[in-house]
Design a protein around this ligand. Structure first.
Ligand code: SF4
Ligand code: SF4
Length: 318
């Protein structure tokens, strides 16, 4: 296997040598990380972040409605990274498959903290500062399928793992952009109530694995990447395919030696043939396995032995 850039389509057609993949992507045990941050704000940056750490029970003033003087302002020039769940729900809402949605409504980008590829919602205008394709006089025309970032706003998300801590801890903070008058409204509610109102539960459940990968890579990036190196272009392409285009990833899983290489129950194989969310979750497990060597998927014995033998050979061992 070479590091020549390939498209996800190349990967579907081509025999994927899992031994090489293991060899190429294997990462040594995780260092003791202190802080992993994922923000979910939609401004262009430089906006004031209220540094107060909000828990689910903490209150804040906010209401967005058609009567505010800033109505729709935030839907222009917005910087919105789409999550895997966003792409599924928006595609379904528009009656297209993810590949068509990606081509029409997104621009490729790099999630800068992690150096991994993501899709951002396309804004109009040569400089990307124009209107979102879905904004109209009445507001968001795809309100029921609007992205997670639009739902959370004006909340940002931090996921933190202190040194030696067992688990990550999530909390929110408020982003106060000067143009947003929603903060001056009388309505006061707590973070949990706001999140329930904005119906973010599906997104939190489905996207968790993706956020975990981005955050862990962001932490690794501070060290220069896994083993001090950036991940290969090919691995980034596989990451993009598995997290944005379920149809391409399904063709890869069912059409390559993937199922011969990993222990996956027959019932699970049947489910991922039609269930897009289940396939996304499998994709996150696979990525965690190849990027971080997490035991999220189990390689079949003969593949594992082959990879070990190859590693030993490369090291000059007998
Ligand atoms: S998706 Fe909807 S809420 Fe989000 S920026 Fe576009 S129009 Fe606004
Ligand atoms: S109140 Fe804030 S969120 Fe609502 S339209 Fe105005 S800028 Fe956008």
């Amino acid at each position: 296997m070479t590091n020549t850039p390939r498209t996800p389509d190349d990967c579907e057609d081509e025999y994927m040598d899992q031994e090489d993949l293991v060899d190429q992507c294997y990462v040594r045990p995780e260092p003791n990380l202190e802080l992993e941050v994922f923000d979910a704000v939609r401004g262009q940056g430089g906006f004031p972040v209220n540094p107060v750490r909000l828990t689910a029970e903490d209150n804040f003033h906010f209401r967005c409605h058609k009567g505010v003087s800033c109505w729709n302002e935030c839907c222009h020039g917005a910087d919105i990274t789409l999550t895997p769940c966003d792409i599924l729900k928006m595609s379904k809402h528009l009656g297209v498959r993810p590949a068509e949605f990606l081509a029409a409504h997104t621009v490729p980008a790099t999630f800068d903290k992690s150096n991994l590829p993501v899709a951002k919602l396309k804004m109009s205008g040569a400089d990307g500062k124009g209107a979102c394709a879905f904004v109209g006089p009445e507001g968001c025309s795809i309100y029921e399928a609007r992205p997670a970032t639009c739902r959370y706003y004006p909340l940002g998300l931090v996921s933190m793992k202190m040194k030696d801590a067992e688990a990550k801890e999530d909390f929110h903070f408020i982003v106060t952009e000067p143009h947003c008058k929603g903060h001056q409204e009388e309505r006061e509610l707590n973070v949990a109530a706001y999140k329930a109102e904005q119906q973010v539960a599906d997104y939190e459940r489905v996207d968790r694995g993706w956020i975990d990968i981005l955050m862990k890579m962001a932490s690794w990036a501070t060290l220069g990447g896994p083993m001090g190196k950036d991940v290969s272009i090919q691995t980034k392409k596989m990451f993009f395919m598995a997290t944005t285009d379920v149809d391409a990833f399904r063709r890869f899983v069912l059409g390559s030696r993937f199922l011969e290489s990993y222990e996956i129950a027959a019932e699970a194989v049947e489910i991922i043939k039609t269930d897009d969310e289940a396939l996304l979750l499998l994709g996150f497990d696979w990525l965690k396995n190849i990027l971080f060597n997490e035991p999220t998927l189990v390689l079949k014995e003969q593949i594992l032995q082959g990879a070990i033998a190859k590693a030993r050979q490369d090291m000059g061992a007998a």
